[in-house]
Design a protein around this ligand. Structure first.
Ligand SMILES: Cc1cc2nc3c(=O)[nH]c(=O)nc-3n(C[C@H](O)[C@H](O)[C@H](O)COP(=O)(O)OP(=O)(O)OC[C@H]3O[C@@H](n4cnc5c(N)ncnc54)[C@H](O)[C@@H]3O)c2cc1C
Length: 249
């Protein structure tokens, strides 16, 4: 079987170089990074992911999973790029305070579904980041000082392993793989869905304050002072930004 034959096997799209839509499908969110992949596969469901991994294993090819390409490095020459955007189910189980999300779901979708039920997840600063990519890398968010990293709130992880076998990983079923996936990134399996704990949504006060460069020392000193004693409900992030030079007319 060649990569072209995958088209007859998968329900989702298979795009090869030269196909209409290939360039767009292979483009990362970060437009400064070029992705010279051999093919892009948009999996329609878990069976597609499993069939793709089994094909890649037989063909000696590597599959890399990328919902969006927020973290794209460009080190993907000749690989098969797996897009998970169609795995987009969001199921909030309010009584259990748990959400089950498909691997393509973004944080904004989870907050929109959980918010009306008075619940929230441990999202970070951007609604467009995928829950899976963020959580596999740990995930530092607004509530991390109170509830820990997003990866600390994972209950279960649905995967396709390197043999192309689907499975569900929990702390009890496979403690080592569960440990590795919660912060170790995407190299241990293709994740197809996550189950995460939700928390009661508090009343929030927040915002951003911007100071000019000459006050940097003062601002850093204040940041150190506040964060040394701050209650766990308070998260304060500091960024030093240098915008592109302003054009002078
Ligand atoms: C605007 C912006 C704001 C951000 N804010 C925060 C923040 O507040 N806190 C924070 O901790 N991080 C933050 N990040 C970093 C972000 O969490 C990482 O870049 C994360 O890896 C993005 O995940 P993604 O799936 O959207 O990106 P992608 O680049 O598509 O995926 C990143 C990596 O995740 C892995 N991966 C994704 N899906 C799967 C899967 N289904 N199976 C196996 N592996 C998979 C792969 O290794 C992939 O290369 C931010 C990033 C951006 C661009």
């Amino acid at each position: 079987m060649t990569i072209n034959d995958l088209r007859g096997v998968l329900k989702g799209r298979v795009l090869l170089a030269g196909d209409d839509g290939f360039e767009q499908a292979a483009t990362a969110w970060n437009l400064t990074v070029r992705q010279p992949v051999a093919a892009v596969v948009e999996a329609a469901d878990v069976d597609d992911v499993a069939a793709l991994v089994r094909y890649a294993r037989r063909a000696g090819m590597t599959v890399t999973t990328q919902p969006s390409g927020h973290g794209a490095s460009g080190d993907v020459e000749g690989l098969i790029l797996l897009r998970t955007g169609l795995l987009n189910e969001v199921e909030v189980r309010a009584q259990e305070r748990v959400v089950r999300v498909g691997a393509g779901v973004k944080w904004g979708q989870v907050l929109a579904a959980a918010g009306p039920l008075g619940l929230t997840g441990l999202a970070g600063s951007a609604p467009g980041v995928s829950v899976t990519g963020y959580t596999l890398g740990g995930g530092v968010g607004w509530f991390s000082r109170k509830y820990g990293l997003a990866s600390d709130s994972v209950r279960a992880i649905e995967i396709v392993d390197a043999d192309g076998e689907p499975g569900r990983v929990t702390a009890e079923s496979d403690p080592e793989l569960f440990w590795a996936l919660r912060g170790g990134g995407g190299d241990f399996a293709v994740v197809t869905a996550l189950e995460l704990e939700l928390y009661p949504a508090p009343v929030l006060y927040g915002g951003r304050v911007i100071w000019p460069e000459h006050r940097t020392r003062e601002v850093y000193d204040a940041f150190l002072e506040i964060t040394a004693e701050a209650p766990r409900e308070l998260s304060v992030w500091i960024n030093r930004l240098q915008p592109p030079a302003r054009r002078r007319w």
